[in-house]
Design a protein around this ligand. Structure first.
Ligand SMILES: Nc1nc2c(ncn2[C@@H]2O[C@H](COP(=O)(O)OP(=O)(O)OP(=O)(O)O)[C@@H](O)[C@H]2O)c(=O)[nH]1
Ligand SMILES: [Mg+2]
Length: 599
């Protein structure tokens, strides 16, 4: 199927032409037929002699309905520009041509209508003067009269040739259906129609409602009033969606393939054929959408747009800026960046020169150079990278992350110096937690730190954090001396744990104690109670010499210690399966540790 829009001045015979071509009524509303004027979009279709189906979107010519006109033109790849033989080129003919140019609609026909009422050759000649230097410069021209039907067969043949020229969109493009009509069908629920500009939709598909990111299910699909299982762009389709009321979706919304279109609220663009002075509040038209935007000029022809609501857009797309006051098209534009960086106060010039070098053509390597690190899905959602494409040549790929080679090297160097600084600052805990390392180096995901370590010689990440291999915790000299004193005391009196104030006055603070414990030189029995690690086996040996079962006091005496040590130590032995409580007051020593599997 091909989808072609009409374009042209009010009353030049666009709707009449479609009526003559298709036998269908494009003016759907009674008011339109009473006033003889198209207000909203109309739809009709026909099969050409060559067998191709052509669907038409009929647009209003009256300038008051320019928003509807743009919603019709927005998503289509081709247009019939209609000029009445008796009136010739008029104001809205020029305006519609400007819209086609801005949207880069390059395929079309010039139809001189109402040929029975005027000199078609003269009108054609005049029109070609206006078309000179535009994308429609060499457009094929046909004169027709819908009344005498003269020229209709030539027009059908010309439409056939046009259809053959329109390139099919790449099948790998993700689906996006710009909605232009929403209604309910009793028993079926909400139905939306639109021009599927890219991709494919099938019954049963899950799509996202772009405005709210809500998932919706395609319950039933129709194209040109026939039920179909799938529809491939470009096509007119009607989608019966599950789980949406007509209040939740409207013209200008889009149904899109999940995860392939980012919601764009801010973007940088290049203006094309812009008026001298561009106002700061305009309406952005793209697809069937019309969204207020704030415009901030950055360079001579580049600007940042802030959208009043997000739209699913890709880099490289064309759109129109319109001034809502005088209803004029102010500029066309090419989207350069759908996720632009914030601009610092004096950074406008810098960004402008960056934008001056950008083209809107997909450039994954360039994106990575500008962004340094990017989630692959982000490039996909910008329309820059196909989901199954190889990463760009300048990337280090880690899972879904793409890191620019230079950024990678910077991070690696940064990690080494960070680790060395950290170890020098805190010799008792020389390993930096990997999340801390990620945060300090501005690395967006700690898994990237793991990958850096895996690619770096001599770095280790373990329970102690990230450190150079061979580096272990050391105590400051004073704490080390104190620890030796404590260890000597415990060697002679293994169950007399030093008192907290003792430890403190010797200069063994909590961090030094933790270091001594983690390096296996002390055993922490409970808060403030430290023994040597061999105290466990020694305690079991002594307790085993008591008549079994034994009480806490028996145990305490056998160990030669106080309740402060005996209570937590025995509880520790219980937990380790070296002793077991047999009743409220008594325990027995177990001969083999219970928590070790029998061999
Ligand atoms: N004699 C003659 N009249 C025509 C022909 N085509 C259209 N008309 C008349 O021109 C008038 C306008 O035609 P429409 O088809 O409504 O024009 P339009 O371009 O759709 O107008 P808008 O949708 O309002 O922009 C109507 O009165 C038609 O009957 C034709 O080939 N010959
Ligand atoms: Mg009309």
């Amino acid at each position: 199927m091909h989808v072609i829009a009409t374009a042209g001045h009010v009353d030049h015979g666009k709707s009449t032409l479609l009526r003559a071509l298709t036998g269908m009524e494009p003016d759907r509303w009674a008011e339109e037929r009473e006033r003889g004027m198209t207000i909203d979009l109309g739809y009709a279709w026909t099969v050409l002699p060559g067998g191709e189906t052509v669907a038409f979107v009929d647009v209003p010519g009256h300038h008051r309905f320019i928003t509807n006109m743009l919603a019709g033109l927005g998503p289509v790849p081709a247009a019939m520009l209609v000029v009445a033989a008796d009136e010739g080129w008029c104001r809205q003919t020029g305006e519609h041509l400007a819209a086609l140019q801005a949207l880069d609609v390059r395929h079309g026909l010039l139809v001189i209508s109402r040929a029975d009422l005027g000199d078609a050759d003269l009108a054609a000649e005049e029109a070609h003067d206006y078309l000179a230097g535009t994308v429609f410069e060499d457009v094929e021209t046909v004169a027709v009269s819908a009344v005498t039907r003269h020229g209709l067969e030539e027009l059908r043949a010309a439409l056939g040739r046009l259809a053959a020229r329109i390139p099919a969109p790449s099948p790998s493009l993700p689906a996006r259906l710009w909605v232009d009509r929403v209604f309910t069908i009793r028993g079926a629920g909400t139905v939306v129609t639109g021009t599927l500009g890219a991709g494919e939709i099938a019954a049963g598909d899950e799509l996202l409602l772009a405005s709210s990111r809500r998932p919706v299910r395609v319950r039933k699909l129709e194209s040109l009033k026939a039920t179909v299982m799938r529809s491939t762009a470009v096509a007119r389709v009607a989608v019966n969606v599950r789980g949406l009321t007509t209040r939740e979706i409207r013209r200008g919304d889009a149904l899109v393939a999940p995860s392939r279109w980012a919601p764009v609220e801010c973007m940088d663009v290049r203006l094309v054929s812009a008026e001298e002075k561009v106002a700061s509040r305009l309406i952005l038209h793209i697809g069937s959408a019309a969204v207020p935007v704030r415009v901030r000029m950055l360079g001579s022809d580049t600007a940042r747009l802030m959208l009043a609501r997000p739209l699913p857009l890709h880099i490289g797309e064309r759109a129109i800026l319109r001034d809502p006051g005088p209803q004029r098209i102010v500029a066309g534009l090419i989207i350069l960046d759908t996720a632009p960086p914030p601009i610092r106060r004096r950074g406008t010039g810098e960004r402008a020169s960056e934008l001056a070098r950008m083209t809107g053509r997909p450039d994954p390597a360039g994106e990575l150079t500008r962004r340094h690190v990017v989630d692959r899905g982000q490039l996909v959602a910008m329309g820059v990278l196909a989901p199954d494409a190889e990463p760009p040549g300048n990337a280090v790929a880690v899972g879904d992350w793409l890191v620019h080679q230079r950024q990678w090297d910077d991070w690696k160097a940064g990690l080494f110096s960070l680790i060395d600084r950290w170890a020098a600052d805190q010799p008792m805990a020389p390993g930096i937690p990997r999340d801390t390392a990620a945060r300090k180096l501005g690395i967006p995901d700690a898994r990237l730190v793991d990958a850096l370590i895996a690619h770096a010689e001599g770095l280790v990440s373990d329970g102690a954090g990230v450190h150079r291999s061979g580096v272990s915790a050391t105590l400051p000299p004073q704490a080390e001396k104190a620890l030796v004193v404590i260890i000597q005391r415990l060697t002679t009196e293994p169950f007399i744990a030093p008192e907290s104030h003792d430890l403190e006055s010797l200069g063994l603070g909590p961090r030094a104690l933790a270091t001594a414990v983690s390096s296996g030189r002390l055993l922490r029995v409970t808060d403030g109670v430290y023994l040597l690690p061999e105290a466990v086996d020694l305690a079991v040996q002594r307790l085993a010499t008591l008549p079994q079962p034994f009480t806490l006091s028996d145990g305490r005496r056998a160990l030669g210690t106080t309740r402060r040590v005996a209570v937590p130590l025995l509880e520790m032995l219980d937990r380790a399966g070296r002793t077991r409580r047999v009743n409220a007051n008594q325990r027995v020593v177990l001969m083999a540790p219970m928590d070790q599997p029998a061999t």
